[in-house]
Design a protein around this ligand. Structure first.
Ligand SMILES: C[S@@+](CC[C@H](N)C(=O)[O-])C[C@H]1O[C@@H](n2cnc3c(N)ncnc32)[C@H](O)[C@@H]1O
Length: 262
């Protein structure tokens, strides 16, 4: 019998933000390989007796593949647990290519990406009507270069909500690049360790956020959210920002709109 590898979305950290399916797979796995640099062992409280748990932080790709392939060939179930959602900066592409080459079956189980835990912590909608209807999930160029047309100064031209992963240490560079397209007073919020007990929130503008984040001592595991939708004052102007979806006069396939009296 051949086993299977599940790429599991481990969520942003709070064990209650695991999906039911992710929890079921983790708890029934024979082998767990998790990104220990981002996830905490509290996710693995109810695992099967005898499960082998490996932290991938100290392993290189070939070692991770070897663990997965040999377990699957022994007919075991492997949970390869990534933080947030595995398809966003999860480095799963190279793992899937290797598993296909080895003829090992795999599936992906989605998870709550840290951007959504950050937005929840801020009590913010990332797509406020008439303010921002587009969210760009990206990063600042570091050791991984950005493809043509995806530099922050290119993306800044859209004025959309931008979420930056992997960028806490590069926040001064990011803010500088984003100022090409956004005004210097554009609101920015940084959430470190979103959903975890040591969660930290710093708010500012493109002008001062780098200094504020440095003063707060945030160096990693943070999401940076930029754009007019992040303005904390926006709820005070809510009357002008209603979505069409729940407008009483708006008809759609599940509800007949009410005609206003003339
Ligand atoms: C390798 S990427 C993985 C992203 C992950 N797949 C996701 O969907 O959230 C790591 C980056 O995710 C972000 N991150 C992960 N967990 C986080 C958390 N609990 N709070 C804030 N940011 C987090 C940080 O930007 C970090 O640098």
């Amino acid at each position: 019998m051949t086993g299977v590898v599940y790429f599991v979305g481990g969520g942003p950290g709070d064990p209650e933000l695991l999906t039911l399916k992710a929890k079921r797979v983790i708890d029934s796995a024979d082998v767990i390989i998790f990104t220990g640099s981002l996830l905490r062992e509290s996710l693995f409280r109810d695992t099967k007796p005898g499960v082998a748990i490996h932290d991938s932080a100290g392993l290189h790709l070939e070692e991770i593949i070897a663990l997965m392939v040999s377990a699957a060939r022994d007919g075991r179930v492997v949970a390869r647990v990534h933080s947030g959602d595995p398809t966003i900066f999860g480095a799963i592409h190279e793992q899937m290519v290797a598993l296909e080459r080895e003829g090992v079956r795999y599936e992906i189980i989605p998870g709550v990406s840290s951007v959504f835990a950050a937005a929840a912590a801020l009590r913010t909608e990332l797509t406020v009507p008439e303010v921002a209807q587009t969210v760009i999930l990206t990063r600042t160029a570091g050791r991984t270069p950005m493809p043509n047309g995806e530099q922050l100064h290119d993306l800044a031209r859209h004025g959309a909500t931008i979420a930056l992963y992997l960028s806490a240490q590069l926040i001064a560079q990011a803010a500088r690049e984003l100022r090409v397209g956004y005004p210097a007073d554009t609101p920015v919020a940084v959430v470190a360790n979103a959903s975890l007990p040591d969660q930290q929130i710093v708010r500012g503008t493109l002008d001062d956020i780098a200094a504020l984040v440095k003063a707060a001592g945030i160096r990693a595991q943070a999401i940076i959210l930029v754009g007019p939708a992040l303005d904390p004052a926006i709820k005070r102007t809510a009357a002008a920002r209603k979505s069409r979806l729940y407008d009483r006069t708006f008809t759609h396939s599940f509800r007949q709109g009410v005609r206003d009296a003339e």
